[in-house]
Write a protein that binds this ligand. Structure first.
Ligand code: AMP
Ligand code: MG
Length: 422
């Protein structure tokens, strides 16, 4: 899609591109369009290692030293100079982690050595203490290890001058440990994205207030809060805004002026939603897509002033599915990391699944370890786009391609996990 026009051209004139049909977008196409219009945050700040967990590196980290910075023992045992057929060695001292043996080890001599202690000069091999017999001040080698055995070499983890972590890397627990192993205590990261969200709909009531007939509690406000909080962005919860053009306009513009990203739920489906659509058309460069997916069909994406805008469907499951498929990867990219396409795994589905060809479906599933040792998946049941409990019990999406029809028990399917261990 190298010939993709600018967002403004596409928003003003959807027919300006041959293969662009806002009424029949595939999930991959929509993702690919969004990806091209993202302009990541540029501001940076310098933080302590602990504070940088989960943040995105704004510079490469170059190793100022070798890690480990000297050859050291991988075992408790005896360090000696390897020689073919060697049987006995005289103990001439001890090397502790942090307290090296200062002398020289000659052929026929050895040093008692602890794990992590520097290999003494002259020695090149460590024999495990379990493989020796000690007699007064000598050891007898019951097994001769290979030359160089049980020695961890200087620089085997990280080498002086190498790029240890690249700009754009989101910092995991292992990463901040790695940076600490270099003796570096502070890193420069991109500033957090500022994201604002609000729900729209006259029928919505905030938790804590009684429900009148026909009203429902605003649950998207909480799922959105949760999904955004997991991404580590700065969140402004602007509450729920009734379907009132003036209120919607004020909230939208104020949010766009003070945030990098604005997300709304509800009000972008066909028929209703006229206020929101008209407002978006008036103030921004916004694309309205009917995506070939279920749930989550209508999606609005674009820019209002300088803020990126995502208009999610109101149905609670649709809002979440759309968020995970489009907003989450986009926000990660806006935060300075590479744009990631979701990872899919394969599992055997034990249930029949209803699916009509035409749209890509994100059914809610439960992946489990079966008795035969393989991972299998089952459905959560009712797949209605208002059944939020399906998202609560699910641990994965069962991702069924546009062309797929009904799924019979035993068929292999793609799944997208909802959680990772890091
Ligand atoms: P809409 O996209 O505004 O047409 O809404 C579609 C459906 O989702 C309707 O049944 C709404 O009542 C429901 N809905 C919209 N917003 C929310 C919300 N914030 N929390 C729970 N349900 C919602
Ligand atoms: Mg609505």
């Amino acid at each position: 899609m190298s010939n993709t026009p600018k967002l403004s051209e596409l928003a003003a004139n959807p027919s300006c591109m041959d293969d662009y049909d806002p009424n029949a977008m595939s999930v991959a196409q929509a993702r690919s369009f969004i990806r091209q219009f993202l302009d990541p945050v540029m501001e940076t700040e310098t933080l302590s290692l602990q504070a940088s967990l989960g943040r995105v590196l704004a510079t490469d980290i170059i190793s100022p030293c070798n890690v480990p910075n000297h050859n050291n023992s991988a075992m408790d045992g005896y360090a000696f100079k390897y020689a073919e057929g060697i049987k006995v060695a005289k103990i001439i001292g001890t090397a502790y982690a942090g307290r090296p043996f200062k002398g020289m080890v000659k052929t026929g001599e050895c040093v008692r050595i602890m794990t992590g202690a520097v290999i003494p000069q002259g020695a090149n091999t460590v024999v495990m203490q379990e493989h020796v017999a000690i007699k007064s001040d000598s050891i007898t080698l019951l097994e001769l290890p290979k030359s160089g055995a049980n020695v961890r070499l200087a620089g085997e983890d990280l080498k002086l001058g190498q790029i240890v972590l690249a700009k754009g890397q989101p910092l995991k627990p292992a990463d901040i440990g790695l940076v600490a192993s270099l003796g570096i205590g502070e890193v420069t990261v991109f500033c957090k994205l500022k994201a604002a969200f609000f729900s729209t709909g006259d029928e919505l009531v905030s938790v804590g207030q009684p429900l009148q007939e026909g009203q429902i509690y605003d649950s998207n406000r909480y799922t959105l809060f949760g999904m955004l909080a997991r991404l580590g962005v700065d969140i402004s919860d602007l509450g729920n805004v009734p379907d009132d053009p003036q209120l919607l306009e004020n909230t939208l513009l104020e949010a766009a002026r003070t945030h990098d990203v604005v997300i709304t739920s509800g009000g972008v489906s066909v028929g209703e939603a006229d206020y929101m659509k008209a407002l978006l058309a008036k103030h921004g460069e916004v694309l309205f897509w009917k995506i070939n997916m279920k749930p989550g069909r209508p999606l609005a994406y674009g820019k209002i002033e300088d803020a990126h805008y995502f208009g999610l469907p109101g149905n609670p499951v649709s809002a979440m599915v759309t968020f995970y498929q489009f907003v989450q990867p986009a926000l990660k990219a806006l935060s300075g990391t590479a744009f990631e396409t979701p990872v899919l795994l394969q599992a055997r589905c034990i249930d029949p699944l209803k699916k009509a060809p035409g749209r890509m479906e994100f059914q809610r599933g439960i992946l489990f370890l079966a008795e035969d040792g393989t991972y299998q998946v089952k459905t959560t049941g009712n797949q209605g786009s208002g059944i939020l409990s399906s998202m609560s019990v699910a641990n994965c999406f069962i991702v069924l391609d546009e062309s797929t029809g009904n799924c019979t028990p035993g068929q292999m399917v793609n799944v997208q996990l909802l959680q990772g261990i890091l």
